[in-house]
Design a protein around this ligand. Sequence first.
Ligand SMILES: Nc1ncnc2c1ncn2[C@@H]1O[C@H](COP(=O)(O)OP(=O)(O)OP(=O)(O)O)[C@@H](O)[C@H]1O
Ligand SMILES: [Mg+2]
Length: 357
Amino acid sequence: MKKFNLQGLFKKNPQATLGVDLGSHTIKIVEFSGNGREKQVRKIGRALLPQGAIVDGSIKDHEAVQEVLERLMENLQPSLKKASTSISGYSVIVKRIHVPYMTEKEIEENLIIESEKYVPFEISDVYIDFSVLKTYEDDNGGSDIFLVAAKKDIVDEYANLLEGVGLTPAVIDVDAFTLVNAFELAFGKVEEPAVLIDIGASKTNLNIVRQGMPIFTRDMTMGGEQLTEAIQEATGLNRDDAEVAKTAGTKDTVLSKEIANVVKEMTHLWTKEIKKAISFFKSSAASEEFPTCVFLSGGTSMLAGIEEYFTDSLGLETRRLNAFTGKTSDKDIDEKYLERISPQMAIASGLAIRSAE
Ligand SMILES: Nc1ncnc2c1ncn2[C@@H]1O[C@H](COP(=O)(O)OP(=O)(O)OP(=O)(O)O)[C@@H](O)[C@H]1O
Ligand SMILES: [Mg+2]
């Protein structure tokens, strides 16, 4: 197995993999049957992790994570044994850089020297990979590439976890790129640039995608956990009650109002950060790369009213991402349930279409 594989990012090999998204709050699994456009959702499921089991993309409590994953696998009984998962956080560096080389072979040969300029870790401690974005045929030449470096111990940790439940790790990807796959799964290669934003529990991945390629990516430390904490502070509820009130709402009108205020303040902060990231991208992008719409995913994107709020605040039409758009599902899967949880399953869906070469 190639431990870390960015190349072939968009190859849709007929042999799909089991998509396993190991989030800090929830483990998500998606399995497709069938090939190409005929894909059908065969298995889908999620399970909560104990708090603190995965922190900043690092598995702190291996046993607890393995136990939850094992139970979820037992419930779902997936057919595929080859699995894909993704990592994010401090141990992964994703950078768009310019290199003075034109061919993949040249880039590969010089990758370590180039990486040393950008990677804040010992090069011997990381897996390095790249994906060519653009090759310049003019006098100056060179190429724009996405450089990805991931700490070996973290990648190995994730691979070991999959092996521990009887799966064969096929691909260990980066959250940001799987999101682009999920978008393509839903809509194909869209010409117009779009912003994809996955708001999880502890972090938010922002990606700008154009013609099926990521052109900008940024990780931000904001998410649903922060919102739960703010609700606790404002209302005096304990964590569990705050979490329930946040996700399922409450009949208590006073409490409901308090929560709505906290949500409003928090989403205001989030959209401010997102606006900054988009402006930063636009400051060095060509006008045809300017995004025209936003797609939200991640569990926190299931917050009521978030689409409207983002649309107004960002000045860009915002919708939730349903990676299963146009796909059929197994008769045992309730369609309404599938539609409701689809945004939270985006990364797992993007992983499930990765190939098991
Ligand atoms: N209906 C809902 N409304 C609002 N928030 C929700 C809802 N359902 C789940 N959430 C929140 O979504 C978050 C979990 O989402 P997700 O599964 O995308 O996170 P994760 O992948 O585990 O975390 P991360 O990617 O940050 O490590 C939690 O904070 C949870 O409270
Ligand atoms: Mg996540």
